[in-house]
Design a protein around this ligand. Structure first.
Ligand SMILES: [Zn+2]
Length: 382
């Protein structure tokens, strides 16, 4: 076959079910391939495959490179579905499959686990995250310090907890964290560390943020996956009738939106610059991006409950940035983004939540946050 004919065959193969999305992140219209693995890939995943070395994966462009007959034949014989039935045969339901929204570490470690360590071909290779307990050391940021220190962490499925210890010999943990209320999110940019992981949970009436990392990307992803695995196992016991795919949803959730906004005070005092995080239905504002506790937290409910978001705000001068107003049944939050695009990003994220019906867990969070508000109000009244 000529090279033009080979290109045509490749274009045809790319239209087929399974090949029309990246074999790894499922992004649409892949234009790259691994000619020995016989799979089609998006540009970003192809870049990671290149880093695996040609012993494991030989990357080619379907458009720019020349293909010989044997290579094209191999692509036709294998393809994404056949390859994934091998390399993802034992991919656990709780494992985070990367999407184009995920940060580098999630994508890189998925690809390394899949093709280099062959973790999803053999269940025995999953012990570091799929075991009743996990113990090890993570570097943890001090509560009000910038320094990170090594701390012992233990995750125990039976207790449904993750604990950490300030002293190696300590019998009592410094903190013991219920896994049900825990979210884990990779925040490399915010922490200035490619392996940076934020753990956020509810404790004593407020959200607590912990910032940890491990020198090894594989190990920090192993902790992240162990948390997801433990939460998944617990849901399986609690809801034996539900489908695994249902139970695996939102074991951890990336933040819907994060960044600086200027916030008008309750009595219209001037804007204060705060770091805002939208974590599912919880919008927190913090003094600094890595503050251990938020200054305030707002539950964002469904539109039927009196929640809405709109461009603009009362009494906002045109030189004060890009205002928008988040309405809750109790009050208006008048916020200002620093750019037009930033405001769009926030409004889109908030609208999406306001349009989504509440789940029982959401209602639990709403009660938690509102009871907290009442108690702090009482405190002020005294
Ligand atoms: Zn991809």
């Amino acid at each position: 076959m000529g090279s033009t004919r080979n290109k045509e065959v490749l274009i045809d193969l790319l239209q087929r079910e399974g090949n029309n999305v990246c074999a790894d992140c499922r992004d649409e219209e892949p234009e790259w391939a691994s000619c020995n693995l016989g799979i089609f890939l998006c540009q970003v995943c192809a870049g990671i495959h290149r880093g695996l070395g040609t012993d494991i994966s030989r990357v080619k462009s379907t458009r720019l490179d020349n293909w010989d007959d044997d290579q094209v034949k191999r692509m036709a014989e294998i393809g994404n579905e056949v390859a994934n039935s091998k390399y993802e045969r034992f991919l656990p339901m709780f494992y985070k499959r990367p999407t184009k929204e995920d940060v580098d570490i999630v994508r890189q470690q998925f690809i390394k686990a899949k093709y280099q360590r062959l973790e999803f071909c053999n269940i025995d290779k999953q012990a570091s995250y799929n075991s009743p307990t996990k113990e090890g050391h993570l570097l943890k940021k001090g509560k009000y310090k910038t320094k990170f220190q090594s701390r012992k962490f233990i995750l125990t499925r039976q207790d449904n907890k993750i604990k950490y210890y300030n002293k190696e010999s300590a019998k009592q943990p410094k903190e013991d964290i219920e896994l049900d209320d825990l979210n884990a999110v990779f925040v490399p940019e915010k922490m200035g560390n490619p392996n940076g992981l934020q753990l956020t949970y509810l404790k004593d009436g407020t959200t607590r943020n912990l910032f940890v990392y491990h020198e090894s990307a594989q190990e920090i992803v192993s902790w992240y996956t162990a948390i997801r695995a433990a939460k998944f196992e617990r849901r399986k016991v609690a809801f034996p009738d539900r489908e695994d795919s249902e139970l695996a949803k939102d074991l951890t959730t990336n933040f819907y939106c994060e960044g600086y906004l200027h916030k008008m005070g309750p009595n219209n005092e001037p804007y204060k610059k705060r770091w805002f995080t939208l974590d599912r239905r919880k919008m927190s504002y913090l003094e600094e991006p890595m503050s251990p506790f938020p200054k305030g937290e707002v539950f964002i409910g469904h539109q039927d409950g009196g929640y809405s978001v709109d461009i603009g705000g009362p009494d906002v001068k045109s030189n004060q940035g890009f205002p928008f107003t988040q309405k809750t049944p109790e009050r208006l939050y008048i916020l200002c983004a620093e750019s037009h695009d930033d405001r769009e990003r926030w409004i889109m994220a908030l609208k999406k939540i306001i349009d989504t019906p509440l789940t029982p867990q959401d209602t639990r969070l709403a009660t938690y946050l509102s009871s907290k508000r009442k108690s702090s109000f009482k405190l002020k009244m005294n």
